[in-house]
Design a protein around this ligand. Structure first.
Ligand code: AMP
Length: 415
């Protein structure tokens, strides 16, 4: 199978790494890719938001499967363009991707499907926002309605800050605060059959102890030894399957990756958000544990044949990923600095490896930082403690001026 992956972050590097290890994959391409992806796939400079460009590239390569990684191309209709050309594509239509692209749409679908989520109001004026904030009380949760790369949400007990965020967005969703630990559960679907993956937890705040600003994600681990028994089956029955069924009923079937961000609250499991693609950095740890070759699974989603797939096989062990971010991330990341120690950070036995997020080759053999999140250092082990130790050992071998990373990824869960 010739496969083309769209995107250029650590999620796409993780996807490409798994695809490159799948014996069914004869050619692997990625656009636009990054310096790390270029080591396992042929990279192509393409505007990933341009459906015509992506489709033309897929046609030229004879791609038999196109995998769209990030949300922006999905919302821009790139999967629709590829599908219209008759090429199997992993990723939802623009209409279905609104599940991520509009928080208000997601709330509407959840209401129709009877899926448990936070009570909420959609507000477009300061007066409406003020009323909604006072209806729920602190801590306040204010979400930009549109795509914001995981950074459009403000959770604060400061009413003025909450109001200011509402004022800075055109349309916001204001909702009740959900207590309890968060879980990311991914499912692969073809619009009818839903195949849940293993749960993971990510770390959204920039600093240790969940302090500092929200980010795209600073690390993740899987499995979750503390999660209640039957969590996956329960979420499949109460969240994932009803949502997929509701979207199909509305005439906007969702195929691709359905990501449920969940809060396990004192009053039961609630959906915090849906995403329409693999989560970054959770993908790095979930794929690290997946034993079933990836291409066949994604192809079955793209061709509506998931019901014929054998049950997925998983590594019994654990995986941890630690994100190395640039100085100034998330507000104003510094880019263009050389990264050293990349080869030293890879273990000979393949248990620790470096996935590239924002990097580029300088043409002289050096790799430079080129984004806020620069690397996602991933390791596997018999348990979380071992995976953690390996990941942090590799992190310690990498040098990038001013770089930051959290020291407490998977710490509590490993104890
Ligand atoms: P989102 O972009 O919706 O995933 O929100 C980003 C982060 O904000 C989530 O991972 C949570 O940590 C936090 N968050 C979002 N909604 C709520 C809520 N209703 N209650 C508490 N925290 C929330």
């Amino acid at each position: 199978m010739k496969v083309l992956v769209i995107g250029g972050g650590a999620r796409e590097h993780a996807l490409c790494r798994s695809l490159s290890q799948d014996p069914a994959v004869t050619e692997l391409h990625c656009a636009p890719g990054n310096a790390g992806i270029a080591q396992v796939a042929t990279v192509h400079p393409v505007d990933q938001l341009d459906g015509a460009q992506v489709t033309a590239l897929a046609g030229r390569l004879g791609a038999e499967l196109v995998v769209v990684g990030p949300e922006a191309p999905l919302v821009a209709g790139v999967a629709d363009a590829v599908r219209a050309a008759g090429i199997p594509v992993f990723g939802p239509s623009a209409e279905a991707a609104l599940l991520e692209g509009s928080k208000a749409f997601a709330k509407d679908v959840m209401a129709g499907a009877g899926v448990p989520t936070a009570r909420s109001y959609v507000c477009t004026t300061a007066a409406e926002a003020a009323e909604a904030l006072d209806a729920f009380g602190p801590p306040y949760v204010v979400k930009d309605d549109g795509l914001a790369a995981g950074k459009g949400v403000v959770v604060t007990s400061d009413r003025a800050e909450a109001l200011a965020h509402a004022g800075a967005c055109e349309r916001v969703v204001i909702e009740e605060y959900l207590d309890g630990p968060e879980v990311s559960l991914f499912a692969i679907t073809d619009g009818t059959t839903v195949l849940p993956l293993q749960p993971a937890q990510d770390f959204k705040r920039a600093l240790d102890g969940d302090q500092g600003p929200n980010t795209g994600g600073m690390g993740a681990y899987s499995p979750l030894p503390w999660a209640p028994e039957g969590l996956v089956e329960d979420v499949l029955a109460t969240v994932l399957q009803p949502t997929v069924d509701e979207l199909r009923r509305r005439g906007t079937p969702f195929s691709g990756l359905l990501y449920a961000g969940l809060a396990l609250t004192s009053r039961g499991t609630r959906v915090i958000e849906f995403n329409a693609r693999f989560g970054d950095p959770e993908t790095q740890v979930v794929l690290a544990r997946l034993r079933t070759p990836l291409a066949g699974v994604l192809h079955a989603s793209a061709t509506g044949t998931l019901d014929q797939l054998e049950p997925l096989r998983w590594d019994e062990g654990a995986a941890v990923t630690v994100v190395i971010a640039a100085e100034g991330y998330p507000a104003a990341p510094r880019t263009g600095d050389p990264i050293e120690g990349l080869a030293e950070a890879e273990s000979a036995d393949g248990t620790a490896y470096v996935l590239h997020a924002g990097t580029k080759a300088d043409g002289e053999g050096r790799v430079l930082s080129a984004g806020g999140r620069v690397l996602s250092v991933t390791a596997t082990g018999g348990d979380l403690a071992e995976a953690r130790e390996r990941a942090y050992r590799s992190v310690g071998r990498i040098s990038l001026a001013g770089a930051q990373h959290r020291g407490d990824i998977a710490l509590k869960a490993a104890q």
